[in-house]
Design a protein around this ligand. Sequence first.
Ligand code: XMP
Length: 310
Amino acid sequence: MDYKKFIEEQIAHIKQTVGEAKAINALSGGVDSSLVTVLGHRALDNQLRTVFVDNALMREGEPERVVKVFAEMGIDVELVDAREEFLSALAGLTDPEEKRQAITDTFYSNVFARLVKESGATFLLHGTILTDIEETVAGIKRQHNILAQLGIDTEAAYGYSIIEPLKTLRKDDVREVAKTLGLPAELAQRIPFPGPALATRIVGEVTAEKLETVRTATAIVEEELADSGAFQYFAVLLTDRATGIRNNKREFGQIIVIRCIESTDARTATVTPLPWEKLNRISDRITQIPGVNRCLYDLTPKPPATIEYI
Ligand code: XMP
């Protein structure tokens, strides 16, 4: 595939399609939406408004980091603080599918729908890739019709159009195009991170306190395993508690699970045989997090387990 030609064609196509109108896109910091953001700004410059929604479920320093990386490429990203909205939508929910649904609904029906309407944009740029379309058709993923998810019935009635410049690409091509376009490696080569973010790594109810715990644990795991070469690695917070000893006192503490896996497409996965010293070091650091007194390593491949915990 000729990546340079692909880039030129997509920029020309976006420019021609949008004309003098306004466009908007939501950036998550993942490679797909990052690539769409750069392509979109090359084509449309200030006619494109890019928003990054802080849903309270992000990794440590993530919103600021994404805004900064794009600022360095000359792209303005608007940080939208929707933390309270997401946390109240998640309050009291323990069922995995209900938690996922609450996040999708809050994003599409409330936060992004509001931003789209107030922006006066008539074009939405979206980072749908070929795999998303295939998985939607195969019934693996929930349907990918963004306009319907935003509660916008028909394009004709509202004049909204959706542009999906990456819909013919698979992940490896997305990474190559991103590299060709000059996206920094920290964006082009990032490990996968799910849309529902840290909510997929908290079993049971998601609260601000639990998010703080799993966020700190995630930062430790990502730092320790950055050079592991593994497909994906992260920390999970369980609902169960266990007895431990801290400062000579009994403590009924929290349990963090470490997951580190090898995979090519996330459909199946095996567990990385991490060196014992590495696991010990991670366990030492994790159990220094206030309230956490146990650290487990998950030995389960996919299947029968999934990669995430919800
Ligand atoms: P599972 O847990 O299904 O994960 O074995 C497979 C891969 O997909 C990621 N994942 C998601 N990505 N939205 C996403 O964009 C989601 O809702 C979602 N759920 C899981 C997961 O991190 C893994 O790489």
